[in-house]
Design a protein around this ligand. Structure first.
Ligand code: ZN
Length: 324
């Protein structure tokens, strides 16, 4: 079986759809590449933020659930999602986040890389990591952030766990990851096949509080399968290893299987195909509400149940704004 290439997407929960779009699109400079609904709850939005074209490995997606109470961060959950940024850009990000009302933590060093951690407006953990080798993504030229400072796809996820061994065994033996080192209680696993979203960190926190799911929680993390065949091989191998794996689900832009790993975190394996350009042009991505065909007959009702959403004007950061 082919090893997993890295992360496909990470999905989290936000409360206010407008605030969510304003933060990830206008502040962090991620393109809203798809505006759709939660297929299991079509009266709520599902947003996909990514590079210019929705490349696997650059995707952070949100269910916008306005009535959700705030989650509590703890064990048994993905605690943070990290993006690559260019070396030397964290001073810019520190300043920009402060200007936008977010107070980041101090810059720390992790496995030789500088990391800036902060929480998004819903309390979700986000990190920016200075990467020597930026993975190739499609920079969003029309976005607010010049490429010299722009987020460049996912770097890693961090899981908080009571026990590290069962999850590490799954990564090593079941998914083709390699152990790449430990710092204090953080154990790092890497996929060699890609530089995009190729790191999983397991943080060992025995006996610490369990997470309480809610707004600001990461709902699940999705890993990449290149093809439907590869996904089916994983489905069968994981089932044989004792995991309860869902049937293949059609998510329009990819196909998905889900299972809960032993640490309690919901994992998904998603296909690279068909991708985000199947129902919109590259220029028009994210501009209008897209629905799978089985919901089209209810479009008027669905649109009426959703909050109005505005794509607010992008204030472009110029290099001159930063030079001083
Ligand atoms: Zn997913």
């Amino acid at each position: 079986m082919n090893p997993i290439k890295g992360l496909h997407h990470v999905t989290a929960v936000a409360r206010d759809p407008q605030r969510n779009v304003d933060f990830y699109r206008n502040v962090l400079g991620q393109r809203l590449v798809k505006r759709t609904v939660n297929f299991d709850s079509p009266d709520t939005y599902h947003f996909y933020f990514a590079d210019a074209t929705g490349s696997p490995g650059s995707l952070l997606t949100f269910f916008a659930w306005p009535n959700m109470r705030r989650g509590v961060r703890g064990n048994g959950e993905t605690n943070a999602v990290a993006y690559n940024v260019p070396v030397g850009s964290l001073d810019f990000w520190q300043e920009r986040l402060k200007q936008k009302g977010i107070t980041p933590a101090s810059i720390e060093s992790r496995f030789g890389q500088s990391v800036l951690a902060f929480t998004d407006p819903d309390g979700m953990g986000v990190e920016l990591v200075e990467a020597q080798h930026l993975p190739a993504i499609q920079h969003w030229e029309e976005g607010p952030i010049p490429q010299a400072y722009a987020l460049s796809g996912l770097h890693s996820i961090t899981l908080w766990l009571d026990e590290v061994e069962p999850t590490s065994a799954l990564l090593l033996q079941g998914m083709g990851y390699q152990f790449s080192g430990a710092e204090v209680n953080r154990h790092r696993f890497k996929s060699d096949l890609s530089e995009l979203g190729h790191i999983v960190d397991l943080v060992h926190r025995p006996g610490k509080m369990q997470a309480g799911f809610g707004a600001g929680s990461i709902h699940h993390v999705a890993f990449r399968a290149s093809t439907d065949e590869e996904q089916l091989e994983y489905r069968s191998a994981l089932s044989s290893a004792g995991f309860r794996v869902s049937p293949v689900m059609d998510r329009s832009y990819f196909h998905s299987i889900y299972f809960r790993e032993q640490g309690g975190v919901l994992f998904e394996i998603a296909t690279d195909t068909p991708g985000f350009l199947i129902d919109e042009t590259k220029e028009g991505l994210g501009e209008t509400l897209k629905l799978p065909e089985w919901f089209e007959m209810n479009r008027a009702e669905i649109e009426a149940s959703l909050q109005l959403l505005t794509l607010n004007p992008l204030e472009k950061v110029s290099k001159n704004d930063i030079a001083s």
